[in-house]
Design a protein around this ligand. Structure first.
Ligand SMILES: Nc1ncnc2c1ncn2[C@@H]1O[C@H](COP(=O)(O)OP(=O)(O)O)[C@@H](O)[C@H]1O
Ligand SMILES: [Mg+2]
Length: 224
């Protein structure tokens, strides 16, 4: 079993886009793949095909029904807010112990499987009044794939996220730069800056490109 935590330098940067592409590429190469998006906010139970779990189930080639949804995303909240705020609107709190137990159970499964666990929002998005996504990452002790954008400002957001992840002592397996819509920044120069300054392996995920173009080197970095 190889398991990875997919963290973001922020929300809407491309975590699910990159994870879904990696899942499709891994399956195409004959690998057994599992994915979790344990905690999701902004979830509409009446219309969820385009949600994170909907996109991950589609990439896994599984039906978009309640049993499959419950399996990969048991904790779902309606409000499009940080998880702590979204949960509070439903009189709930985020069950970090439960999330960790699910992740650990799946990561402990035997066999040659690759497990991708997508976190929420950015590296330090709040989960509860006292915890952030970083506490989840630290507790899981899995290598991290950091997904970032290429918008103006992303270099600083990315380098900050890299520092915070490295401070946990966990391996940063790769940084995937998902080209932001209408970024207005030169993608190649942004990649070069991030490569120089982050000290991490940096990979390009060009806008609207098929994963057949970009996934292989990321998979190699993850599984090597
Ligand atoms: N490289 C890319 N090419 C095309 N669309 C992208 C790319 N990166 C992100 N997107 C799109 O941008 C939106 C936000 O990305 P998403 O993967 O949902 O972000 P996150 O999971 O980090 O919140 C989605 O509609 C996604 O399909
Ligand atoms: Mg997502």
């Amino acid at each position: 079993m190889s398991a990875f935590f997919i963290a973001g330098a922020g929300t809407d940067v491309g975590k699910t886009h990159v994870t879904a592409g990696l899942i499709r590429a891994l399956i195409a190469s004959g690998r057994d793949v599992e994915a979790l998006k344990p905690l999701v906010s902004g979830f509409d139970p009446e219309d969820w095909a385009g949600s994170d779990p909907g996109r991950l189930l589609a990439a896994l080639g599984r039906p978009l029904d309640l049993p499959h949804l419950d399996r990969i995303s048991p904790w779902r909240f309606r409000a499009p807010l940080s998880p702590d705020m979204a949960a509070a609107r439903e009189g709930a709190e985020i069950d970090l112990e439960g999330i960790l137990a699910l992740c650990a159970r799946e990561a402990a499964a035997s066999g040659d499987r690759v497990l991708m666990i997508e976190g929420v929002g950015g590296v330090m998005s709040p989960l509860s009044p006292a915890t952030t996504n970083l506490d989840w990452i630290r507790a899981l002790q899995l290598p991290v794939l950091l997904v970032v954008g290429s918008y103006l400002g992303s270099i600083s957001h990315t380098l900050t996220a890299v520092e915070v992840i490295l401070a946990t002592g966990l391996p940063l397996a790769a940084v995937a730069v998902s080209e932001s819509l209408d970024a207005g920044t030169p993608f190649d120069e942004t990649l070069a800056s991030l490569g120089r300054l982050s000290g991490a392996p940096v990979f390009a995920v060009p806008r609207d490109a098929s994963e057949t173009v970009w996934a292989a080197p990321i998979i190699e970095a993850l599984l090597s």
